[in-house]
Ligand binder design. Structure first.
Ligand SMILES: [Zn+2]
Length: 475
């Protein structure tokens, strides 16, 4: 069965690679992925999937399903890019394609293509009568800066799935374990009154002063936050460039992170109070609107073990001498990095394994599978896969698409995203996903075990981090 799935993916390699390269070329920002969506929808239709577009009122959210009845297995795909990361493919020095343009700095061109490849392989097996059930590919927009999956989760998607799987491009072949912070993103806007800064400042009310006081207030809050919390900000509006004007407007964007959604909401309340206080101190007014939110991730060890098994079984990419030389040249462009792997520094056995496999961390490509350790590390970052994980048993893994130690959201990641290294990693990920879905479709006991674990971990129920009326909007 698995060999047949691998074979289908190999026969679709050109289709998937050219899709991935196209999405790399488009490099469309969060919620503006119109061309990318059209490319996916066209392939899904040609492959015989039933396509639903405009999911949850988001023009770049869509799904393609094939088959009928249970089990219903979802595969998540992403395709959005990042601003300021335009970069020539395959170059080993910083060299933008378009000055100030966008780039696939998180490898989402590969993420979506591999997930689609897995869905196509499962579809073929269902069509041939080798598997039964329903496979659903979810086109999830705006992972960067909008949390598209949270909007889809709030509006009832994913809940009817028996399981959901996904992956992320990275520098290791590794099952993702543990959890991460919940995050709420808010935009604050202060309104004051303009005046001549020297002539009649007493009639002015400075919104910029209010923004500064809010930042100072939050600075004092940081010492008194619960563990695993963090707060980040940017200034979106300074009210103008002239110091001789009392600035009438100012804007800030805040990200409030904590261990779970409940804690993040409580911390946000305190940030809102500081905003109110800053407005009162300056005799200005403040308003705010939520941008998005993501939940902490529930892990599912049954699905993690399944992914680990299939990471080991699927044929690992073999790199050419040119690819290794390119990876080494790229690796030389970033500072000394830590050893690869999420658990390496915390687990002496894993560290020993990695030291041997990487020759002390010197090898440019991690062409092996990291050991799976059932552990619950906490990652301070956030992902909207977390919201899916509260609605159905969910698991994810990383596959190698970049040289060891490559920083995320970097020009190096963009450079590598259209090379043979990336394409091989994408096809490998498609095989791991397809093989795992096939097991879930044929092993009822496995699915029941995953569900039993989920029933315990998700017992509290999904506390959606965004309000019911929030609309997903590009920033
Ligand atoms: Zn990403």
């Amino acid at each position: 069965m698995k060999q047949a799935l691998y074979h289908i993916i190999d026969t679709k390699a050109d289709l998937l690679t050219s899709l991935s390269d196209k999405i790399w070329d488009y490099a469309e920002l969060s919620l503006l992925e119109y061309k990318s969506t059209a490319a996916y929808v066209q392939i899904l239709r040609e492959e015989g999937f039933t396509v639903e577009e405009n999911l949850c009122g988001i023009p770049t959210a869509f799904s393609g399903s094939f088959g009928s009845g249970s089990p219903r297995i979802g595969i998540l795909g992403e395709y959005d890019a990042l601003s300021g990361l335009s970069q020539k493919a395959g170059a080993t020095e910083y060299s933008p394609l378009t000055e100030g343009g966008c780039g696939q700095g998180c490898g989402h061109n590969l993420l979506g293509a591999a997930s689609l490849g897995a869905a196509i392989a499962i579809k073929e097996a269902i069509a041939a009568g080798q598997l039964s059930g329903t496979v659903i590919f979810y086109g999830c927009p705006g992972e960067e800066g909008c949390a598209g999956k949270t909007f889809m989760a709030r509006d009832g998607l994913f809940r009817d799935l028996d399981a959901a799987l996904t992956w992320h491009p990275g520098d290791t072949n590794e099952v993702t374990v543990g959890t991460n912070a919940a995050c709420i993103q808010m935009a604050y806007s202060f309104q004051g009154r303009a005046a001549h800064a020297a002539g009649n400042p007493w009639t002015g009310r400075s919104a910029l002063d209010a923004a500064e006081l809010m930042n100072i207030g939050v600075q004092f809050l940081r010492e008194h936050m619960p563990p695993k919390s963090s707060i980040h900000y940017s200034i979106s509006d300074t009210g103008g460039l002239s110091p001789n004007v009392v600035q009438p407007t100012a804007g800030l964007i805040y990200m409030v992170r904590s261990a779970n959604v409940r804690a993040a909401k409580a911390l946000l309340e305190r940030v809102n109070n500081i905003a109110k206080g800053a407005a009162q101190m300056t005799d200005t007014t403040v308003s705010w609107r939520q941008i998005d939110g993501t939940s902490d991730t529930l892990s599912n060890t049954v699905l993690e073990a399944l992914l680990y098994k299939n990471l080991q079984e699927a044929p690992l990419p073999v790199y050419t001498e040119e690819e290794v030389a390119y990876a080494a040249a790229l690796k030389a462009t970033f500072p000394e990095s830590r050893l690869p792997g999420d658990l390496t520094e915390d687990n002496p056995q894993v560290k020993q394994f990695v030291l041997e496999k990487t020759q002390g961390g010197t090898r440019p490509l991690n062409d092996f599978v990291m050991p799976y350790v059932s552990a619950s590390p906490f990652s301070p970052g956030s992902t909207d896969v977390g919201d899916v994980s509260w609605l159905t048993p969910t698991a994810q893994f990383n596959a190698v698409t970049i040289p060891s130690g490559t920083p995320g959201h970097s020009w190096q990641t963009v450079s590598c995203g259209r090379t043979g290294i990336a394409h091989k990693g994408m096809l490998y990920a498609a095989k791991v996903l397809a093989a795992s879905v096939s097991e879930l479709m044929t092993d009822e006991a496995l699915l029941a075990k995953a569900r039993a674990e989920f029933t315990v971990t998700a017992a509290q129920g999904y506390d959606c981090p965004i309000p019911p009326d929030l609309i997903a909007a590009p920033q």
